[in-house]
Write a protein that binds this ligand. Structure first.
Ligand SMILES: Cc1cc2nc3c(=O)[nH]c(=O)nc-3n(C[C@H](O)[C@H](O)[C@H](O)COP(=O)(O)OP(=O)(O)OC[C@H]3O[C@@H](n4cnc5c(N)ncnc54)[C@H](O)[C@@H]3O)c2cc1C
Length: 358
């Protein structure tokens, strides 16, 4: 088991005393961790905010035990867990600070200024952090949407993916949702001997008609135009009340009501997006909002750990250069930016006239 214990800081380093951070990074995946250890190695105060309870991103929570074989320097491969643990330790040793189980809510502009630079306020589900630069490394993952009435129970009997149980014989299972994943879950339970009540908001379920027919043929009961209004424990079971006042008792509830997309977060942040919904960046990894960078899976075609690392490191160095800014760097950036914009305009004009760009 990897060790994610945080190395205690020297007594005289009190990060709580900071009025603002140099850099706040959102996401402790490969991109965010690499960015963090790079800014911290350069002496910038660095905070990483992570929605989950541990660092590492996809390699840690999606394929912790897979042997990754395409990381240079590891000819025998390395597991996602081990790799995440090593990079995390490196970041902690560089004095990167972490806040886990905090989700990004927004990034606000402020009137507060440090060294002529207006600060940003990174607002999370638990707090707010002033900073000079923000780096977004939240990946493109889609998280299962939660159903608040059921989530409030904090019960192991409520699942947001199909639980890993082989046999549902004599189990009463309530499946919430009307899409393909909900119908697939229902079929799986029915085929393993369970009884299923499927609760869907829609009048006409959006999942495949063929799967719906299989649910019905195997004895599944469909409650269409129905919603779970209340839920409480009833002994070992969960008692659910639907919108029409009817009650269901469940040994297990499987919720499959779609996913929270990263795109929702990006739109909320008021960032310019590419056609595919990823974040648009300039050659310095800066987004359409000045001082806000984006790295890793949140943009671009090549989704690999090493690419996420490389981008995190580059954005961190550009952020560092701006913070310790020789003025000519910004002028060069401005010039490059103008060249890019002019290039885009010429390409668009040529496309309108049906000419290939020379
Ligand atoms: C099954 C699978 C196998 C793969 N195998 C390989 C492989 O063998 N080799 C390889 O190089 N690549 C592989 N990849 C790709 C690789 O994992 C990704 O490219 C890489 O993880 C991207 O890193 P990232 O930091 O950009 O994003 P992520 O790894 O997704 O990390 C983003 C982090 O941000 C956090 N976060 C998200 N939203 C918020 C929020 N609102 N507030 C705060 N925190 C938030 C997430 O919890 C997460 O920890 C694989 C991917 C998958 C899905």
């Amino acid at each position: 088991m990897a060790d994610f214990a945080v190395t205690p800081l020297a007594d005289d380093l009190d990060f709580d005393a900071l009025a603002s951070w140099d850099v706040v990074i959102i996401g402790a995946g490969p991109a965010g961790l690499a960015a963090g250890l790079t800014t911290a190695h350069r002496g910038l105060t660095t905070l990483i905010v992570e929605a989950k309870d541990r660092p590492g991103g996809q390699p840690s929570f999606l394929y912790a035990h897979k042997r990754i074989v395409d990381i240079p320097g590891f000819p025998d491969g390395i597991t996602g867990e081990e790799l995440s643990s090593r990079v995390y330790r490196q970041a902690v040793d560089a004095f990167v600070q972490f806040r886990f189980q905090e989700e990004l809510v927004g990034i606000e502009d402020t009137d507060e200024v440090v060294k002529n630079e207006p600060l940003k306020r990174v607002v999370t589900s638990h707090g707010a952090y002033l900073c000079r630069k923000a780096i977004i490394g939240v990946g493109l993952l889609h998280f299962p949407r939660k159903l608040l009435t059921l989530d409030a129970l904090q019960s192991k009997k409520v699942h947001y993916k199909v639980p890993n149980i082989g046999d549902y014989e004599d189990h009463d299972v309530v499946v919430v949702g009307g899409g393909d994943s909900a119908l697939d879950a229902a079929v799986m339970v029915l085929e393993r001997g369970g009884r299923v009540h499927l609760v869907a908001r829609e009048e006409t379920l959006v999942g495949k008609a063929e799967t719906l027919a299989r649910v019905r043929a195997s004895g599944g009961i469909i409650h269409a135009s129905a919603e779970v209004k209340a839920a409480e424990f009833a002994g070992d079971r969960i008692a659910l009340t639907l919108g029409d006042g009817s009650d269901l008792a469940a040994d297990l509830v499987i919720v499959q009501i779609g996913f929270l997309s990263a795109e929702d977060t990006f739109e909320r942040l008021d960032l310019r997006l590419n056609d595919d919904g990823s974040i648009a960046i300039d050659p310095y990894f800066e987004t359409s909002r000045k001082g806000v960078f984006a790295v890793g899976d949140v943009h671009g075609d090549i989704k690999l750990i090493t690419v996420a690392w490389a981008e995190g490191i580059q954005a961190a160095i550009y952020a560092f250069k701006e913070i310790t800014s020789p003025y000519w760097l910004n002028e060069k950036r401005l010039r490059d930016h103008k060249i890019t914009m002019i290039g885009e305009k010429i390409t668009e004009a040529a496309a309108r006239q049906g000419k290939p760009r020379r």
